[in-house]
Design a protein around this ligand. Structure first.
Ligand code: G3P
Length: 240
């Protein structure tokens, strides 16, 4: 059985990393949500992908230079499909308030640079624990130091390194950083490495799997999960 995770919610059909996108993912019958977290200037954990607000909102500037109260005035739907959706940038707290009432998993990706003071990781782990969501959270990042830091803080929360180039025996690497999964770019994970990784107890969740033929390939080789911009379509392909 392959789980379906909506990438930034349902980013192919709704503005990425917004509550309407997350709610659509649940409506689509997906199993999980992937989202990105960063810190505002005043230290709030918010959900947004880029370092700047420019690409997805009607504002400008680096997130770490903006206060939450100003970020909240922006429209995170402004650049998606002629602005037909209006949405705020959510905080992780707001997300959890809704998420607690669902049966979904969430994959929280830390958008951290290689040098970090780990404030984002510490605040996120504390929120997960406060809400008792440890069993439904997976941490991922391209910065694997973030993941090891989280593992040391909360070994009960699953971690999974993101990577975009082929790795030799990825399950060995995952085990070496105490990760329970790997999140490779879908182009760099052949079927035999999926099978071998999973036979060694490492769950494989490739990103971002959007084309029908790619979705079918991962379903056919029993990949643990796929991360897709089109959770509704993926769910439909799964039942064919
Ligand atoms: O987590 C999967 C995917 O989101 C990783 O790439 O660039 O979208 O953060 P990116």
């Amino acid at each position: 059985m392959t789980y379906i995770f909506g990438h930034r919610g349902s980013a192919g059909t709704h503005p990425e990393n917004t509550m309407i996108s997350f709610q659509e993912t649940e409506r689509a019958g997906a199993d999980g949500i992937e989202l990105d977290v960063q810190l505002t200037k005043d230290g709030e954990v918010i959900i947004i992908h880029d370092e700047k607000v420019d690409r997805t909102t009607d504002g400008k500037g680096y997130i770490n230079n903006l206060l939450l109260k100003d970020i909240k005035k922006l429209n995170a739907g402004a650049k998606f499909q002629n602005g037909q959706f209006k949405a705020e940038i959510p905080t992780l707290n707001e997300f959890f308030e809704w998420f607690k009432g669902t049966n979904l998993f969430v994959n929280i990706e830390f958008k951290t640079k290689s040098i970090s003071n780990y404030e984002l990781e510490e605040k996120t782990v504390a929120m997960v624990k406060k809400n008792k969501l440890e069993e439904r959270v997976i941490f991922s990042s391209f910065n694997h130091y973030s993941l090891v830091y989280c593992y040391r803080l909360a070994p009960e929360i699953e971690t999974a390194p993101l990577y975009a180039e082929g790795l030799f025996m990825p399950w060995i690497y995952a085990q070496s950083i105490r990760a329970k999964g790997i999140h490779p770019n879908y182009r760099v994970i052949p079927d035999e490495l999926i099978t071998l990784s999973q036979n060694h107890g490492i769950k494989v969740r490739p990103y971002t799997v959007n084309q029908d033929e790619d979705i079918k390939r991962f379903l056919n080789c029993n990949t643990h999960a796929i991360i897709t911009d089109f959770p509704k379509k993926a769910k439909e392909l799964k039942t064919v």
